[in-house]
Write a protein that binds this ligand. Structure first.
Ligand code: FMN
Length: 257
């Protein structure tokens, strides 16, 4: 069985789609191929990988209550490609959004459902995840905590000769419990969808969210976006992307000229 996973986030690094995709991969057996769809240059390469696929899993962010435009453009090409080649496989979808309710991904799921009907493919269902940004930020924090645990273990070994840094282990166990709890809904539905992908059956549309009460989510989201805005919207993207310097253009005949 061959499953093609397509990460459709346009972000270069640290995207939430990559996170959910890697979780889904854990619960699917057989041959697994992961592709990235960011620009039109990726289209042809991905289409070639679909040739003998049994299932395709799209993992993408919700943009303006819908499918991001670069994914729509790819879907148009894929529809023609599948019809011309008589391709038949199941299509599944994992969508995540910034706001807390996963149900906001419903219109996006319907687009995929219609796409499958048009392209002669079988709609396998999907999972919509609310609070995707927050889950993604927490998994980055968790990775940093793992690094901290290793560091404290080494320091403890140097100081006391024992690798058992009890305090560090306890605080890491606490973080593990928190991340598992926050991701509980996501894990349940991804495990469930993984079973359906393996069997080639319909998993239905399921919506879940980060497991925090809405009032707490709003509080944290407000703090997060205030910090982000202090960095002119690019705390992660801005730091990590390579920037090209552009000469500021002087408007012809303006007061500045
Ligand atoms: C252009 C744009 C439009 C967005 N529109 C929505 C939206 O309508 N609803 C929502 O809840 N989140 C929206 N978001 C937030 C993304 O869905 C969210 O950041 C998601 O976690 C990004 O996933 P990624 O990291 O895999 O790219 C939007 C983000 C961008 C950049």
């Amino acid at each position: 069985m061959k499953t093609v996973f397509i990460n459709c986030s346009p972000k270069k690094r640290f995207c939430a789609s990559a996170y959910f995709l890697s979780l889904q991969r854990l619960f699917v057996g057989g041959e697994k191929i992961t592709e990235r769809l960011r620009t039109p240059a990726d289209d042809e390469r991905i289409l070639q990988k679909l040739q003998d696929a049994d299932a395709v899993v799209f993992c993408l962010p919700l943009y303006v209550d819908g499918v991001p435009s670069h994914v729509l453009r790819f879907m148009e090409k894929m529809e023609a490609h599948c019809l011309a080649g008589g391709l038949r496989f199941h299509v599944y979808c994992i969508a995540n959004n910034g706001f807390i309710e996963g149900k906001q991904n419903e219109p996006l799921m319907r687009v995929f459902e219609c796409f499958c009907a048009r392209a002669g493919l079988t709609w396998g269902g999907g999972v919509g995840v609310g609070g995707g940004v927050m889950l993604n930020v927490y998994r980055i924090v968790y990775a940093a905590q793992l690094g901290l645990l290793l560091l404290r273990t080494v320091l403890n070994a140097v100081e006391t000769g024992s690798f058992l840094a009890q305090g560090a282990l306890l605080s890491f166990a606490e973080s593990t419990a928190i991340i598992l709890f926050l991701n509980l809904g996501v894990l349940v539905y991804l495990i469930r969808m993984g079973c359906h992908i393996r069997k080639g059956t319909f998993s239905g549309k399921k919506y879940t969210r980060i497991m925090v009460p809405s009032f707490l989510f709003i509080l944290f989201a407000d703090i997060f976006f205030v910090i982000i805005s202090l960095f002119e919207g690019g705390l992660f993207r801005g730091w990590l992307s390579r920037k090209k310097y552009q000469e500021p253009s002087t408007p012809h005949g303006s007061a500045l000229a």
